[in-house]
Design a protein. Structure first.
Length: 447
């Protein structure tokens, strides 16, 4: 059990709640779940025999899952028998039916705590405080929140990193058009669509230094190498490093500010580098709904051969995260962006404004297996003329992604990813489409 869960006040509250709850049940004439089953399970839990209650309840899960009374007792028996992760689904089903069910929310908060999901636990305990709990229960909540602050502060400090290796195939590794000529000129091989095998190696390292529960300084770095076996001219190596501060607030909101610098090599030679100032504000409306407002200003500097593309850039947007109240806890993320590129040279045709929308959905089939999908589109309008052509350049970029992520232990995960990308342009040479299939293994570590 977590800190404070054995307090006498909490024990009496829980036992009183269960007894009162089932007295009320017995006074009601019609119930979907068998009353003798529920009363027997309640007695086993009160008597300190959660495994017996679990053995009694489990065979009826298919029939009674979704019934508030049954799910509450099933969650209790799972939690008290040490199966915190499984109990979460049962309590979530209860709260989907009755968000003000204080007992279920208390146990869900405890389950998250036992799983070391401290932010989720804190959110549930904070919500529970708004339901005016008895003084003894409030005392227990205070003890949990204090323990969460201490553990979160301790767990945040230190190094974390990951190493990721991927292999697959890209139908258009260099994102080029499927034409042989343009304006009467034959295109070089590097400028035509090329299919290739892909090896991707990615690594990252970060360090967090919390100065108190609410404020943390951080440094992040990433390196990404992509090798295209049949299109080596499009091999890339990119690196970025950023540092900043994250400030959280007692109501669950937070803000992050960071400085970032990055560089990219193509085919073994420097291609571009740049720097950004990033800011984001997250508003937490509930444990199921969050709104993020973000902005980035920066500059990108290409090598001399491409310095016509040097530009300042602004990107801003909003992102909404909503977690649905089903057992698999599916989530929806909707992101809107807008921005513009302002070239350094007044003669550059690369001045543009753009806007886009992306929707991502994810669902957990089990605690280890997740499925996800996203669809997004970005429209860009360029101010300058390309190749002396009379028409303005307008691009519509779209991407659909499907994937599966299997975390088979604490430190290792495996991902299968399918990307379909298309860019439709008013100027043919900028048209392209590609299909990418990748299998990715990832290892996370911390110190």
């Amino acid at each position: 059990m977590g800190d404070g869960s054995n307090s006498l006040g909490y024990f009496l509250f829980r036992k009183f709640f269960l007894n009162f709850f089932f007295c009320a049940i017995c006074c009601t004439q019609v119930f979907a779940a068998d009353q003798q089953l529920l009363v027997a399970a309640q007695g086993m839990i009160n008597g300190g025999k959660p495994l017996d209650a679990l053995d009694l309840l489990t065979p009826y899960e298919f029939e009674y899952a979704g019934e508030k009374e049954y799910d509450y007792l099933l969650g209790l028996s799972l939690l008290d028998s040490g199966q915190s992760g499984q109990s979460v689904f049962a309590f979530q089903r209860v709260l989907a039916i009755d968000p003000n069910f204080a007992g279920a929310r208390m146990e869900l908060a405890r389950a998250y705590f036992d799983m070391s999901e401290f932010e989720l636990s804190r959110a549930e305990f904070t919500t529970l405080q708004t339901l005016s709990p008895p003084a003894s229960v409030q005392s227990t909540i205070d003890k949990y929140l204090a323990a969460i602050r201490n553990r979160t502060l301790r767990n945040k400090r230190g190094f974390r990193g990951y190493v990721q290796l991927g292999a697959g195939n890209d139908s258009n590794a260099n994102s080029a058009p499927a034409v042989d000529s343009f304006l009467g000129f034959n295109l070089a091989d590097e400028s035509r669509e090329t299919e290739s095998s892909v090896i991707s190696t990615v690594g990252g390292l970060s360090y967090d230094l919390p100065v108190n529960y609410y404020r943390t300084f951080f440094v992040r770095s990433n390196i990404n190498h992509r090798s295209n076996g049949d299109a080596t001219f499009s091999n890339t190596l990119s690196f970025d490093i950023s540092g900043g501060i994250r400030q959280a607030f007692k109501d669950g909101d937070s803000t992050t500010l960071s400085l970032q610098t990055y560089s990219t090599d193509v085919d073994g030679e420097s291609n571009n580098k740049g720097h950004n100032l990033n800011g984001q504000y997250n508003l937490s409306f509930s444990s199921s709904d969050q709104l993020g407002i973000f902005a980035r200003i920066g500059a990108i500097d290409y090598v001399k051969a491409f310095d016509i593309k040097d530009a300042s850039q602004f990107v801003g947007g909003v992102s909404w995260i909503h977690i649905l109240g089903f057992s698999s806890r599916p989530s929806l993320i909707t992101t809107l962006i807008t921005g513009e590129d302002d070239p350094d040279s007044s003669l550059s045709p690369y001045s543009r404004s753009f806007s886009g929308l992306r929707v991502t959905a994810a669902a957990a089939l089990t605690h280890q297996l997740n499925l996800f999908a996203s669809i997004g589109s970005t429209s860009s309008n360029y101010d300058g003329k390309f190749f002396g052509l009379p028409q303005d350049r307008e691009d519509d970029f779209s991407q659909i992604t499907f994937g599966m992520n299997w975390r088979f232990n604490k430190n290792w995960s495996f991902k299968a990813l399918l990307n379909q990308t298309e860019n439709v342009s008013s100027i043919d040479i900028f048209d392209y489409d590609k299909t990418e299939l990748m299998l990715i293994a990832r290892s996370d570590f911390s110190q």
